[in-house]
Design a protein around this ligand. Sequence first.
Ligand code: HEC
Ligand code: HEC
Length: 251
Amino acid sequence: MTTLPRLLTALAVVATILTACPSPEPVPVEPSAEDLKSDFVSAMHGRRDGVRSIHDAIVAGTLPEAREAGRTLARVEVDTALPETWAVMNTELEFAVKGITEAVDLNAAAADAAVTVGTCGSCHRAAGAQLQFEPLPHPDRTEDGSRHHMVRHQVAARALWQAVVSNSDEHWNNGLTWLAAGPVEQSEFPEHVVLDDRAREFEALVHGIAAEGHGVTDPKARVTLYGRLIAVCAGCHAHTQGGPASVPSAP
Ligand code: HEC
Ligand code: HEC
């Protein structure tokens, strides 16, 4: 992996500049390159958790939670001095996250969330960073009676944001394959959920996006598809008053 040495070189340059400037004030001990590197990785973990919460809140169709998760992500600061090309992407990221915190509806939040994960992916590409995510449970092993279809959607949608953040073709293709499983049946939902025409339209949109995404390798096109997808998940959950927010979590 080339990223670590490159980051450390950038940090070492900063450290040299800092030590080269004599100051009459007693200066606190400068953090070592190792400390800065571990701060940077912690910030990345904070960002990963932040993006996951935003994704989950939008999928659930809960705008206030999505905005709040955006505020939490905005508070994750990268204090390390960044090479200029990375700093530009970092600013783009901050701008998109601000958009989530101010989103007027779920479609707007979904679009800004997609741009956010897109900037994560751009910087990782520029930096040659190789990201490893925890392996996702294979959806066929999460069979859970009537909710099987939704659990598949859930795992699929997670694979897609991870694909965009980490530029992984494998996650992208897995996500699309898992998403395409269907069709959804009324019998998969509790009685109070009515799978009416509108709900079926949303479901058809999910399957349409899955079909459209195959073979798409352009990062920006992936970002757009991902944003459209989570807006559809959110739309159907709002329409049916269903979704993760309505399902009591397993004991
Ligand atoms: C300014 C550039 C930049 C941006 C923007 C950025 N990252 Fe990173 N990220 C990096 C670099 C560089 C590494 C590799 C660090 C290393 O060498 O270990 C990394 C590594 C990571 C890692 C792996 C950390 C580990 O355990 O080693 C995760 C997870 C991550 N980033 C998540 C994110 C998420 C999520 C976003 C967007 C919300 C994001 N990053 C935005 C540059 C960036
Ligand atoms: C046809 C409309 C519809 C679409 C489209 C839809 N959902 Fe759902 N989803 C529901 C309903 C209704 C429930 C509530 C089911 C229940 O109460 O058991 C639900 C429940 C869920 C749950 C909770 C399952 C559980 O048991 O914890 C998750 C997770 C979920 N959906 C994810 C998604 C994702 C991700 C997408 C988009 C890729 C999506 N859904 C698209 C209607 C939809």
